[in-house]
Write a protein that binds this ligand. Structure first.
Ligand code: SIN
Length: 526
């Protein structure tokens, strides 16, 4: 085992982590962990764009109001207002770094970059780089990070847990290298930017989503988690059983895409007056219901009426990916299905990314800031990454000296647990989460999920003290406990709200709804 000392340790190299590194590095030295799997993380796959008030026809109050409606009564209005107000400056900063946003050649547009629409937004306010915004932003930020003399990028280490001290402060992270050797990175300040928990489910919109590892690392140090029951399913993932997951951006509906059922009929106008541009919870549920009603495993998204030239111009990545999979989307509707996409819950933070554990911060999808409430509005997540990474960065530029209380000891064994066994347990967890804790949850299904997950955890727990440290094992153990906490939050919410829809308690039961707050201690026996 090696020990090394760091000033600011950022765990996670998606957009939130990269932005924070650049914000802090002019004042303090930064170590940024970006293991290879982050290359496949959610940021790079974000297609749609970044929501911000940029058009002269738009205003802050309208963006705030749309976000509160989508969040279905559970947003923290102060967090919403804070995020929305940061938008224009954050986009200006990205432009100054050279992010190649798509220009709008129309002189009538009033803003030099093209703004698209997505579900829940009452105005055109999504700035984008064609249909590959995440990739464009990540690549631009990464070029600046690599050139910065005060940022050390470590791609060889994966964090498996945090280090705490006897005063209850976070003091860094335990990591494994590619040979399975343990390294303790002791840090004055530690920031989680590890992504969400869509990997608890079988079908997801990105190939290697996080499974809530960062959330559980924080929970192990005593951090509060919030709103875990609100897992977002993106309405339109490409239905491609043989291929890897691929998102069909909501911007496709924003530019006029229509959802069709097995008979080729539109069904959204029957469900909601906003039709295809209703918030995601409404659209995903309607697709799920239509598939149940017609006994099919997907629906279609039709953009043929835009014409081939417009489709290639607006959606070059989607057009090329579908063509490579044998689908000519200019001449045939796109088969789509909802898939796990975004975790609205996570580690509770304030407006500076501060968690309930001293010297531990959380930003991006791992955090729960109160912005999204019970349902995230499209393209608000990259805005949140920017706003909170920048505010967290401003705080960390001037942090007081770290404490020196004794570190809490941590033991591990030497006996490896076979990879097939880990994979089988993970499959079982994903099966039950997808079957019972997905778009529609019922009381009996949640009870079944609680019992299956408790059983899986009970099979693994006694072997952990003897087990050799292993990235896949640590990830599974984090995921299993997070799945159990998610089910506990879902069982406790006796109403249907936003992304949490339970036909056994179908109405908004609570006139002043509260977020769900939970700690690791809620799991009897760990
Ligand atoms: C999309 O392009 O539909 C994804 C963007 C988001 O999830 O906000």
């Amino acid at each position: 085992m090696t020990d090394s000392k760091h000033e600011v340790l950022i765990i996670g190299g998606g957009i939130a982590g990269l932005v924070l590194a650049l914000e802090v590095a002019d004042r303090r030295r930064v170590t940024l962990l970006q293991p290879a799997r982050d290359e496949q993380g959610a940021s790079r796959w974000a297609q749609g764009g970044i929501a911000a008030v940029l058009s002269p026809q738009d205003d802050v109050e309208a963006h705030v109001a749309d976000t509160l409606v989508a969040g279905d009564g559970l947003c923290d209005e102060a967090a919403v207002r804070f995020t929305v107000e940061q938008g224009p400056a954050a986009i200006g900063w990205l432009l100054s770094l050279g992010v190649p946003f798509t220009p709008d050649p129309d002189p009538q547009a009033g803003y030099p970059y093209h703004l698209t629409r997505e579900g829940g937004h009452g105005a055109r306010r999504i700035i984008h780089a064609d249909d590959a915004t995440g990739r464009a932003v990540v690549e631009t930020l990464m070029a600046h990070v690599q050139a910065h003399p005060a940022i050390t990028l470590r791609t060889d280490l994966t964090a498996i847990g945090l280090i705490g001290d006897s005063a209850g402060h976070c003091r860094g992270a335990r990591c494994l290298d590619e040979d399975g050797q343990l390294h303790r990175l002791l840090a004055a300040d530690t920031v989680l930017a590890t992504g969400g928990a869509s990997g608890l489910y079988r079908h997801t919109t990105s190939p290697r989503p996080a499974s809530g590892e960062g959330m559980m690392m924080a929970a192990e140090l005593g951090a509060e988690l919030m709103n875990l029951e609100f897992q977002q399913f993106h309405p339109t993932c490409l239905y491609d059983p043989e291929g890897s997951p691929f998102l069909i951006s909501e911007a496709v509906r924003g530019e006029g895409g229509l959802l069709l059922n097995a008979q080729g009929e539109r069904f959204m106008p029957r469900v909601d007056s906003r039709a295809e541009l209703a918030p995601r919870d409404v659209v995903a549920r309607a697709i799920d219901a239509e598939m149940q009603r017609t006994g099919t495993d997907h629906v279609h998204l039709d953009i043929r009426h835009l014409g081939e030239a417009a489709i290639r111009h607006h959606f070059p990545t989607i057009h090329a990916h579908c063509a490579a999979r044998g689908l000519d989307i200019a001449h045939m509707p796109i088969p789509v299905v909802p898939a796990a996409h975004y975790s609205c819950g996570g580690v509770t933070t304030n407006l500076e990314g501060t968690t309930t554990v001293p010297r531990l911060h959380a930003i991006g999808e791992v955090a729960c800031t109160g912005l999204h409430g019970a349902n995230r509005m499209a393209s608000n997540s990259l805005l949140e990454c920017l706003a909170f990474a920048r505010s967290c960065g401003r705080r960390l530029r001037h942090a007081p000296p770290a404490g020196d209380a004794p570190l809490v000891a941590w033991q591990s064994g030497r006996r490896p647990i076979p990879r097939q066994e880990i994979a089988a347990l993970r499959d079982e967890m994903r099966r039950i989460m997808s079957a019972r804790v997905a778009i529609v949850r019922r009381d009996a299904g949640l009870d079944e999920a609680a019992s299956v997950l408790a059983d899986l955890a009970a099979r693994l727990a006694p072997r952990l003290p003897e087990a050799a440290p292993d990235v896949e094992l640590a990830s599974l153990w984090h995921a299993l406990r997070l799945a159990r906490l998610t089910v506990a939050c879902a069982r406790a919410r006796r109403e249907s709200r936003g992304l949490h829809f339970n036909p056994d308690c179908p109405v908004h039961g609570d006139p002043s709804p509260q977020p769900s707050r939970i700690h690791l201690g809620a799991l009897a026996g760990g």
